[in-house]
Design a protein around this ligand. Structure first.
Ligand SMILES: [Zn+2]
Length: 108
């Protein structure tokens, strides 16, 4: 039944994200199993756009798979070496939009 199929897909996507989170939690930050292309090509990155906000990113080098999780506290294996400036910029703009619900400021 179609409904069951989609339920299964949702479950398997959630369980693969959970698996990635568990790997990151024990310090496995490279060569993780990609649920999309099945290559051992996922690396873990972090972003820390503002105080008290951390995000863990899982990005595949071999396909366009990426997922992220929001952390309420500093991830155990967080390090500046693993902070991706590009992701942090993106997070920061999302956070700013959420905090300041006013029109964008004119440039110049
Ligand atoms: Zn992949």
């Amino acid at each position: 039944m179609p409904r069951d199929d989609s339920q299964n897909q949702t479950n398997s996507r959630l369980s693969s994200q959970l698996h990635l989170l568990q790997e990151a939690a024990i310090g496995h930050l490279d060569n993780l199993d990609c649920p999309n292309c099945r290559h051992l090509a996922i690396s873990v990155w972090f972003s820390h756009p503002v105080a008290d906000m951390y995000r863990t990113w899982f990005i595949c080098a071999d396909c366009d798979f990426h997922t992220r999780a929001q952390n309420t506290e500093r991830p155990r294996f967080f390090s500046d070496d693993r902070v991706c400036a590009e992701l942090e910029e993106r997070d920061l703009s999302i956070v700013r939009q959420a905090i300041f619900k006013r029109p964008p400021q004119r440039l110049m």
